[in-house]
Structures are given as structure tokens and as C-alpha cells.
Design a protein around this ligand. Structure first.
Ligand code: NAD
Ligand code: ZN
Length: 249
């Protein structure tokens, strides 16, 4: 028998037990079980007719800042009501169990922080923070008035969520740290990400180029599937809890 009762290959169990440096990359899929929709999920309700990829751009904000602000206000509300799920909790547990654990996330929600991870590289910003579209300053508080979006207290520009939109560059320090964490690990986990949005999509391939085993955890196939060393098909909540139980308990 070369699998554990939870269908985890025994070789993967050994790789995880021996690894001193583990890097995990997460995408929207890890928060799906918390009720935060992924971009590729068909959306229901009020925002069903809008394509998120058309709203999450500077062009969309210039064209219709009110629409984009209100869409993010709705997403902020979803995030504030959501709670970390067993997948987030398993990654927090891994950080306690593995000597050097780095979590790179494309998510803009704060569920990894609330689950207890501390060594987090946030590639795409934080939806709960606000920045000025004009002077780029982070803004802690602003006047709640009838103006949507609200205006910057420093320069009067329009405020926006502090997230990286399609077509914008990533924070350089976070990107450098993510590239180093992908290059220098003994094992790389790619969890709940479509592996389509660059430059995050390249990170598992950087690990593979260094002969580092890469594990994909996703219910669907992605462009990484053909190259990944191990594939665990399924929802990250269940798969990650099984993994922690099989490897460290
Ligand atoms: P994506 O929407 O492109 O892909 C989500 C992936 O998750 C898909 O491959 C899907 O098969 C998988 N998935 C769905 N349910 C899952 C589950 N239960 N367990 C594991 N995997 C599951 O998301 P992405 O790859 O992160 O890239 C899109 C961009 O969207 C990112 O830039 C990100 O910043 C942004 N985004 C963030 C959030 C969030 O912060 N929670 C939500 C939506 C989108
Ligand atoms: Zn400003």
C-alpha cells in the first residue's frame, strides 16, 4: 500500500515530514469554503451581471469609481462576516509544526491572519485597507459622507481599496520575498489558485525548476496540474486537515 487512509501518498507524507522549509501559495479557493466567492465562480445576487475581472482594474475605477467602490464595499462586508475555515486553520497549524513555514497569499481577505499565521507575504494587498487613487497614501480614516467613493483627507483624490488590480504591479518587496521563498524551499504547496494570474502563477514553476516537489491542492485542473509532483484533488478545507493529521499527528 502506498497511500495513507486519507489517500495521501506515503512519499508525500515523508517529504513533508523531512522538509525544513515549506512554502505555501494560496488563492481565492482557500477562502471559498468561508463564503468568500472566487473570481471565477458564477456570482449570485446583486452583482451577478458584473464580471469581477472587469471591475478589478484601474480603467474600471476611472470609468465608474462609484460602481467599483460599491462592489468592494460589498466584498468587504462578505470578508468581515466570514470566518477562517479548516483549510486556513490547518495552514496556521503547519506554521507551528514546520521549522520554517512561509505563506504567500494572493488573497486580499484577512482570514489567514485571523487563523493565526504570522509569516505571511500578501502579494495582492488588503481589501480592508484604503488608499488614495491620486496620492497613493494609505488612509486610516475618512469622512463618511454621501460622496461615493469618499475623498482623500490629504489631497482630495478618490479613495480606493488597497488591493492590486489587474494591470497594476505588485509591491516589489512582497514579490521579491515570494520569489525567494519559492526558490529556497524544500517543498511547495499550491492551494486553491487557478495558476493563471501572473506573476504568482510562476512561483510553483520556480520551485519545480529547482527540483523541489510541488503539491497542487484544488478540486479542478489548472495549468500546473501536468507539472505538479503530487495532486490532491478536493476542497482545501478537507484536504489540508487530512494532510496535517496524516503527517504530524
Ligand atoms: P481564482 O478565482 O482565479 O481561482 C480560484 C481557484 O480555486 C480555482 O482554481 C478553483 O478551482 C479553486 N477552488 C474553488 N473552490 C475551492 C476549494 N474549496 N478548495 C480549493 N480550491 C478551490 O483565484 P486566484 O487564483 O486566487 O486568482 C484570482 C485573483 O482574485 C487573485 O488576484 C486574488 O487577489 C483575487 N481574489 C481574492 C479573493 C480573496 O481574497 N478571498 C477572492 C476572489 C478573488
Ligand atoms: Zn490623496
Amino acid at each position: 500500500m502506498n497511500q495513507t487512509p486519507d489517500s495521501i501518498p506515503l512519499r508525500l507524507v515523508q517529504d513533508l515530514q523531512q522538509a525544513k522549509y515549506i512554502t505555501a501559495l494560496t488563492g481565492a479557493g482557500i477562502s471559498a469554503e468561508s463564503g468568500v466567492p472566487t473570481f471565477r465562480e458564477a456570482q449570485t445576487g446583486l452583482w451577478a451581471r458584473y464580471d469581477p475581472q472587469q471591475l478589478a482594474t484601474p480603467q474600471a475605477f476611472r470609468r465608474n469609481p462609484r460602481l467599483v467602490w460599491e462592489w468592494y464595499a460589498w466584498r468587504r462586508e462578505l470578508v468581515s462576516q466570514a470566518k477562517p475555515n479548516p483549510g486556513h486553520l490547518a495552514l496556521a497549524e503547519m506554521e507551528r509544526l514546520v521549522p520554517h513555514f512561509t505563506l504567500i497569499t494572493q488573497n486580499v481577505d484577512d482570514l489567514h491572519i485571523r487563523a493565526g499565521n504570522q509569516n505571511i507575504i500578501a502579494l495582492h494587498g488588503d481589501i480592508l485597507k484604503t488608499r488614495c487613487f491620486n496620492c497613493r497614501m494609505l488612509v486610516d480614516s475618512y469622512q463618511q459622507s454621501s460622496q461615493i467613493p469618499p475623498h482623500c483627507p490629504h489631497c482630495g483624490g478618490l479613495l480606493r481599496p488597497d488591493v492590486v488590480w489587474f494591470g497594476e504591479s505588485l509591491p516589489p518587496k512582497a514579490l521579491d520575498a515570494a520569489l525567494a521563498a519559492a526558490r529556497d524551499c524544500d517543498l511547495f504547496l499550491s492551494i486553491g489558485t487557478s495558476t493563471l494570474v501572473e506573476p504568482a502563477a510562476s512561483l510553483p514553476f520556480i520551485a519545480l525548476q529547482n527540483n523541489t516537489p510541488v503539491v497542487e491542492i484544488n478540486p479542478e485542473e489548472t495549468p500546473l496540474s501536468n507539472a505538479a509532483t503530487y495532486i490532491l484533488r478536493g476542497a482545501s478545507g478537507q484536504v489540508l486537515s487530512n494532510l496535517v493529521r496524516s503527517v504530524w499527528k
